[in-house]
Ligand binder design. Structure first.
Ligand code: HXC
Length: 257
């Protein structure tokens, strides 16, 4: 697998994807999107892989969508081609993706981090939606996902002023699950991903799916969705194995069936 804008590495059952356009602070252009979708398709289809980590450089997870690519575009180009719609496919990945964010996660960078299933942040991480300074707005879900993640007050202030949140504020606000020393970020993210990849695969998909449903539905419907999927897991071999292993005080041995 040779990509121009990504480094892809399998570490056991973990796919580590590193955004690699250092000269543009990992700005997300069409090539990054198409290469990333390619990687995610292969990852989702590969039974040897259980969880992915998406990271950038120490300085920047990603400093946004590529401004130089968008600069000359007009309404007909953007609307006509539904620019950014391709990212929806990224969010349809069924296995979990952890964003490991060091340095800048701005604009589209912040939005892609939020498309992942959770964010681990280095103490150097900075999150922002500065698009307003360019005369535009978030365009890859930021106004929606940031608002759901941190609430209206912070999301509105960040979108209207372009102010960045540091890692501590992002953790307090619930945007990130944990803060790690920058030097340990990627290793710790890979470890966390390995923990997930060692879980029963059908249960992993089900847990991801039901947490995501919380953002799409009412409480009553979400609780029912959860319960039905929970019932369905009792049709799996791994449920029998997991509960038997617990009773026999031994680790489970998963088949993914
Ligand atoms: C294209 C970018 C870029 C971007 C940085 N670069 N961000 N190129 N698109 N989003 C390029 C710079 O042009 C420069 O290239 C090189 O990366 C290094 O950046 P510097 O600005 O020199 O670095 P520094 O001074 O350290 O400042 C870092 C920074 C700043 C604060 C992150 O780069 C910055 O503000 N970037 C833009 C952040 C932003 O507005 N993001 C939102 C994008 S819009 P050269 O060739 O000059 O060396 C977006 C929209 C989504 O995401 C949806 C709606 C449009």
């Amino acid at each position: 697998s040779s990509y121009e804008t990504l480094l892809v590495e399998q570490r056991g059952a973990v796919t580590l994807i590193t955004l690699n356009r250092p000269k543009a602070l990992n700005a997300l252009n069409s090539q990054v999107l198409s290469e990333l979708l390619d990687v995610m398709r292969a990852f989702d289809a590969d039974p040897s892989q259980g969880c992915a980590v998406l990271t950038g450089s120490e300085k920047a997870f990603a400093a946004g969508a590529d401004i130089k690519e968008m600069q000359a575009q007009g309404f007909a180009d953007m609307y006509g081609h539904d620019f950014f719609a391709g990212w929806d496919a990224f969010t349809r990945t069924r296995k979990p993706i952890i964003a490991a964010v060091s340095g800048y996660a701005l604009g589209g960078g912040c939005e892609v981090a939020m498309m992942c299933d959770f964010i681990l942040a280095a103490d150097t991480a900075k999150f922002g939606q500065p698009e307003i300074k360019l005369g535009v707005s978030p365009g890859m879900g930021g106004s929606q996902r940031l608002t759901r993640a941190v609430g209206k007050a912070k999301a509105m202030e960040m979108c209207l002023t372009g102010r960045m949140m540091d890692a501590a504020e992002a953790e307090r606000a619930g945007l990130v699950s944990r803060i790690l020393p920058a030097a340990e970020l990627v290793e710790e993210a890979v470890q966390t991903a390995a923990t997930i990849a060692a879980m029963p695969p059908l249960a992993v998909k089900a847990n991801k799916e039901m947490v995501n449903v919380a953002f799409e539905t009412t409480l009553a419907q979400g609780v029912q969705f959860e319960r039905r999927l929970f019932h369905a897991l009792f049709g799996t071999e791994d449920q029998k194995e997991g509960m038997t292993a617990f009773v026999e005080k031994r680790p489970g041995n998963w088949t993914g069936r």
